[in-house]
Design a protein around this ligand. Structure first.
Ligand code: A3P
Length: 330
């Protein structure tokens, strides 16, 4: 057992039986903690650790997202943008880290870091500044030290059409689901998703919390959609660089640096790399995923090949209701 597992064992045993239980997508059960559904084994102890011990740095950059909304893609784009003068990525002999490691290795998840490394967070202190870290935790579960306007750090949030999120979740978590649990059917997944019972769900609350925060603090958090990134990658990546305080110079734009970054991080490029076809990514000592699971289709609207017309309408209706008056729609 890692240090963190031991430190929070007592609290875990006390709190776990008090939490509402729902059917899990990757695990047998998930629990509802302060309004959100989490895999207890994987996320409760790290969440407490983040609150108690994680030391935010004013230069930190956090990528926040619900699962299957484009996290892998955005990790790659942020890493490539921030490090564009550190690594050569245009030549055929390039040794860019994104060509040899999965984006999840380049930008670690804060959420599972303590369980993954079997140690305390000291490893995070040695990351070069600005540190790039990712989280699936919803806004309201994050500690004040991260979200306060005086902390200096910045957030980038990506969201995606809920119908595509549902299908992407179903396919992905089903692959990681232990065989003895059997498959989750499309109908079951649909019903759970519509009740808000999905990893880090309800998905609408995850999106809404970050959306509202971004309206109040546009200099602290940049909010965009997967669909916008698909449609106008050039515009979004330039916005991203500017937001992160590293706008592309006229010279860089003329030399096609933005296009090079987009090409490097494209679905076609990343999904064909050897590292993403033959290697695995270790979330924790027990949860290991093949890198190729992160690259399925990478398209918008694929859910229409899986969901019935009625199911699609039902999800759209739920999200119209939940998001009504917020200024956000899918
Ligand atoms: P699909 O399952 O619809 O194909 P996450 O990274 O948050 O887990 O999200 C995974 C989704 O993003 C998957 O969607 C995956 O195929 C897609 N994806 C991964 N890399 C991508 C890229 N470079 N460009 C576009 N989409 C990408």
């Amino acid at each position: 057992e890692s240090g963190i597992e031991k430190v929070y064992e007592k609290k875990y045993r006390e709190i776990l039986p008090t939490l509402p239980i729902g059917k899990g997508w990757m695990t047998e059960h998930i629990v509802q903690y302060q309004g959100f559904w989490l895999i207890p084994d994987l996320f409760l102890k790290p969440l407490w650790w983040i609150h108690d011990e994680f030391k935010v740095q004013p230069t930190d950059i956090f990528l926040a997202s619900a699962p299957k909304t484009g996290t892998t893609w955005l990790k790659a784009l942020m890493f490539a943008t921030i490090n564009r003068t550190r690594y050569d990525f245009s030549s055929s002999t390039s040794t860019h880290p994104l060509l040899n490691s999965n984006p999840h290795e380049c930008v670690p998840f804060l959420d599972t870091y303590p369980l993954q490394t079997q140690e305390t967070f000291s490893g995070l202190d040695s990351l070069p500044s600005p540190r790039l870290l990712a989280t699936h935790f919803p806004f309201s579960l994050l500690p004040d030290s991260m979200v306060s306007s005086t902390s200096g750090c910045k957030f980038v949030y990506i969201c995606r059409d809920p119908k595509d999120v549902l299908i992407s979740n179903l396919v992905f978590f089903d692959k990681l689901r232990p065989q003895e649990l059997g498959h989750l059917s499309l109908q079951e997944a649909f019903e759970l998703f519509c009740q808000g019972i999905s990893n880090f769900g309800p998905y609408w609350d995850h999106v809404l919390e970050y959306w509202k925060w971004s309206l109040q603090n546009p200099e602290k958090i940049l909010f965009f959609k997967y669909e916008e990134l698909k449609k106008e990658p050039l515009v979004v990546v330039k916005r991203l660089a500017k937001f992160l305080g590293q706008p592309f110079s006229f010279e860089e734009e003329r030399n096609g640096v933005v296009q090079e970054i987009i090409k490097l991080c494209s679905f076609r490029n990343l999904s064909n790399l050897e590292v993403n076809n033959t290697k695995t990514y270790k979330f924790t000592k027990d949860v290991v995923a093949n890198n190729n699971l992160y690259f399925r289709k990478g398209e918008t609207g694929d859910s229409s090949n899986h969901l019935s017309h009625e199911m699609m309408e039902h999800i759209d209706k739920i999200f119209q209701d939940k998001l009504s008056g917020s200024g956000l729609s899918f």
